[in-house]
Write a protein that binds this ligand. Structure first.
Ligand code: FES
Length: 138
């Protein structure tokens, strides 16, 4: 049976924003789901003075929901502070996509985790304390 995807999920899957890699990124994070094997990688460019995320790109080897979640998540954290970006939850990403089918909620978790890993990578390189990354199943 075909899953019922919102128009926004389809839009971000077909025309994903911020796909690619950043050369000399300030932070890189990766998250994977061992069950489906999908992997998401996030690259950040952070302004050291303002701590604002000036650019963000992603590479996702995964399902439509994972690609749409990465695309939406990068849109949501671009131009935000590293603190704001940390507070982006997977449910906020799913909500911004007008919802994900329940069995696809875990795809949005990859986005939250990959962003957390990338932010910690940045923090570690800049002498800031690391924040524990919660791994959760949806
Ligand atoms: Fe695994 Fe979507 S099915 S991330």
């Amino acid at each position: 049976m075909a899953l019922d995807y919102s128009k926004k999920v389809m839009d971000h899957f077909i025309n994903p924003r911020n796909v690619g890699e950043i050369e000399n990124p300030d932070g890189v994070g990766e998250a994977g789901n061992p069950k489906c094997g999908d992997i998401m990688k996030i690259y950040l460019k952070v302004n050291d003075d303002t701590k604002i995320i000036e650019d963000v790109k992603f590479k996702t080897f995964g399902c439509a929901s994972a690609i749409a979640s990465s695309s939406m998540a990068t849109e949501l954290i671009k131009g935000r502070s590293i603190e704001d970006a940390w507070n982006l939850t997977n449910s906020a990403v799913a909500e911004a996509l007008d919802g994900l089918p329940p069995i696809k909620m875990h795809c949005s978790v990859l986005a939250e985790e990959a962003i957390h890993e990338a932010l910690n990578d940045y923090r570690g390189k800049h002498g800031m304390e690391l924040i524990p990354v919660e791994h959760h199943e949806e």
